[in-house]
Design a protein around this ligand. Structure first.
Ligand SMILES: Nc1nc2c(ncn2[C@@H]2O[C@H](COP(=O)(O)OP(=O)(O)OP(=O)(O)O)[C@@H](O)[C@H]2O)c(=O)[nH]1
Ligand SMILES: [Mg+2]
Length: 299
């Protein structure tokens, strides 16, 4: 059994930075972790790259040869399986590369930020199916920039993108609010980490014209459904740890919720990692240690 995190989220939400911080953290604590670059457009890395999709295809070549722009080019790169005339094939490449990894290996996939990849293009979905066939427990780590909480409408749009990834990918899903060091008013944060439906709805209604009232209400109900969807997925997959993490939150708030990530604090990275590990049942033996861990410690 292998373990994998699929790190997704809007462009610039801090995915690659999270991956490099995770690599550093794991080096410090002596834990083995392999970061994979799945972004054909990436240029520089601050982490050791275990596998690199650019060995298969680069965005620059695709844009030049097919006359596509950066977004269309990227979707083309990621959609390689459908261009049967090409020799390159994402599944074959992945199969070959994954053969280098053994049981218990832990992979972290640093994905591109194009929202299409987890909203309606089936590329990531197929990729995940492939990992599952290779016996990997996979979890989505969805990063949303903390700047999204400066405006309730932005926040809702970020949540909707996360929901869309949940529906598409059908995986245990850990939502992370990144770049917490940029948040000035720490007091407001709680409202967004575990949003209270009525408060969000009131804020939305206040911010938007009255004719959007019904739509706002439906959007909030959809977010409520998101949490139940997560639970359902966790149950279907028999990932009892996913279920255990999520259940108390449902009782309390019944909403899509986020874990805060402040990369300046080692304890913050450690806490997020422990939540993710539990959701993919990595290191069952470490259970007791994880449960006792207090995120406020060591600040
Ligand atoms: N202050 C602060 N800046 C951050 C943090 N994480 C990332 N950034 C900055 O945000 C920008 C985008 O970070 P990346 O890690 O490249 O984001 P990404 O999600 O990988 O971006 P794409 O791959 O282009 O979608 C960079 O300028 C980072 O330095 C953080 O925790 N705090
Ligand atoms: Mg990146």
């Amino acid at each position: 059994m292998g373990y994998a995190q699929l790190v997704i989220g809007p462009a610039g939400s801090g995915k690659s930075t999270y991956c490099s911080s995770l690599a550093q953290h794991c080096e410090t604590i002596g834990r083995s972790i392999n970061i994979v670059n799945l972004d054909p457009a990436a240029e520089n890395f601050n982490y050791p790259v275990a596998m690199d999709i650019r060995e298969l295809i680069s965005l620059e070549d695709v844009m030049e040869e097919l006359g596509l722009g950066p977004n269309g080019g990227l979707i083309y790169c990621m959609d390689l399986n459908y261009h049967m005339h090409l020799e390159e094939n994402l599944d074959e490449w992945l199969t070959e590369e994954l053969d280098n990894y053994l049981d218990d290996d832990y992979l972290v996939f640093d994905c591109p930020g194009q929202i299409e990849l987890f909203s309606h293009v089936p590329v990531l979905k197929n990729f995940v199916e492939h990992l599952k066939r290779k016996n990997f427990n996979v979890c989505v780590v969805y990063l949303l920039d903390s700047q999204f909480i400066t405006d309730v409408t932005k926040f809702i749009s970020g949540c909707m993108a996360s929901l869309s990834a949940m529906v598409q990918l059908e995986l245990p899903h850990v939502n992370v609010l990144s770049k917490m060091d940029l948040v000035r008013n720490k007091r407001d944060i709680e409202n967004y980490l575990n949003p209270e439906p009525q408060t969000l709805l009131a804020e939305l209604n206040q911010r938007m014209a009255p004719q959007f009232g019904k739509l706002n209400k439906s959007l909030i109900e959809l977010m409520l459904l998101g949490k139940y969807l997560l639970l359902f997925l966790a149950m279907c997959m028999d990932f009892r740890n996913s279920f255990r993490i999520l259940w108390p939150q449902v009782d309390q708030y019944s909403m899509v919720s986020f874990f805060p990530l402040d990369l300046r604090k080692e304890s913050s990275i450690q806490y997020i990692l422990s939540q993710i590990d539990m959701s993919i049942q990595y290191g069952e033996d470490a259970d007791v240690k994880i449960k006792d861990f207090d995120p406020e410690d060591g600040d």
